[in-house]
Design a protein around this ligand. Structure first.
Ligand SMILES: O=C(O)CCC(=O)C(=O)O
Ligand SMILES: [Fe+2]
Length: 342
């Protein structure tokens, strides 16, 4: 086990996790085998009231998730030097790393990232300060064998499920089902395998500090340990998302917030850690192409409901987020509210 507790992990007192978090009245559970009209009503309510829901009967084979779970467990159990062979660096943001910061506090976790597109293109800043496109490639470990095949198959299933949800969400906004599909050609979507080792100070540190996901949608699998906390919109309380076997947790990201002109809001969430148990979770971040321009959908703005955001470029936003996550910076990292009008 590589993580050593040190001051960079310590959260400010107001952001620490309390041992009394409840899972009562938590996020909606939606059965994806329900008739379309029921699904649209339920997804609309969940996006509006929570920005988060769980799905069952989603069509992703359980065996595929189990295979990825067991490979992730084997991978993170490898000696550090072996994991560092596929380590992230200044050149390549994909692969293994254990020093991510959220809002300038270090997260108690280690991760392995891989993208859908190979190569994927993201904007990067050169040493002279100009922006150019960077080609990024997946790095696959030699051990455990079969990691690449299983991860890619799993990621394809996550992407298919994301398209299905995206189409349903478009319908809930009374838009054509394919309204947003073209944004995801040349996507910057990626999957993250998260490992949260047991933490000696779960009262001081978090697995991931409070944040909102900046992409369009996140589809997350978690194991049975639990630790994902969502800030409830109705009263601002943190509530724990109860693990349900063979389910996925879906959350609306900043892009859907902007497209929907704030009808749906991206909810704040974080990960509490456990003193005894390790935890694994696998988010799939469904993100558009780097060149995508994001603004409220024309059909959803009117004189009574004017656009609440300026248009912005996804690639630039993503780059600034990644830079500020990777290194501890003395500045607030970029947030969607920076594009809010007025
Ligand atoms: O581990 C989890 O449950 C959530 C992780 C998360 O929010 C993230 O990686 O953005
Ligand atoms: Fe997140």
């Amino acid at each position: 086990m590589g993580l050593q507790f040190e001051p960079s992990f310590i959260q400010e007192p107001e952001h620490r996790s309390k041992p009394t978090i409840s899972d009562a009245g938590a996020i909606p559970l939606i059965d994806l085998s329900s008739p379309p009209a029921t699904l649209i009503t339920e997804i609309e309510g969940a996006c509006r009231d929570w920005g988060f829901f769980q799905v069952i009967n989603h069509g992703v084979p359980f065996e595929l998730l189990e295979r990825v779970q067991s490979l992730a467990k084997e991978f993170f159990a490898l000696p550090m030097e072996e994991k560092k062979r596929v380590g992230r660096d200044d050149e390549n943001p994909l692969g293994y790393y254990d020093t991510e910061h959220t809002k300038n506090v270090r997260d108690w976790k280690e991760v392995f990232d891989f993208s859908v597109e190979e190569p994927a293109y993201i904007p990067a800043t050169t040493k002279t300060g100009e922006t150019k496109l960077q080609e990024i490639r997946n790095q696959w470990p030699e051990y455990p064998p079969g990691m690449r095949e299983a991860c890619k198959e799993y990621q394809k299933a996550m992407e298919d499920l994301s398209f299905r949800l995206l189409e349903l969400i478009a319908l809930t906004l009374k838009l054509p089902s394919n309204q947003f599909n073209d944004f995801f050609r040349d996507s910057t979507s990626f999957t993250r395998l998260n490992h949260y080792p047991p933490c000696p100070s779960p009262d001081l540190a978090l697995g991931v500090g409070r944040h909102k996901d900046s992409g369009a949608l996140t589809v997350l699998a978690q194991d049975d340990v639990g630790g994902l906390d969502v800030k409830r919109r109705s009263d601002g309380e943190w509530v724990r998302v109860k693990p349900i076997p063979n389910s996925y947790i879906i959350n609306v990201g900043d892009i859907i917030q902007v497209w929907s002109n704030d009808k749906y809001e991206s909810a704040e969430h974080r990960v509490s850690v456990n003193p005894k148990k390790e935890r694994f979770s696998f988010p799939f971040f469904f993100n558009p192409a780097h060149y995508a321009m994001i603004k409220p959908v024309d059909e959803l703005i009117s004189e009574e409901s004017p656009a609440k955001y300026d248009e912005y470029n996804w690639g630039q936003f993503f780059k600034m987020r990644k830079n500020s996550n990777f290194k501890k910076l003395g500045v607030e990292n970029i947030q969607i509210h920076h594009f809010k009008m007025n």
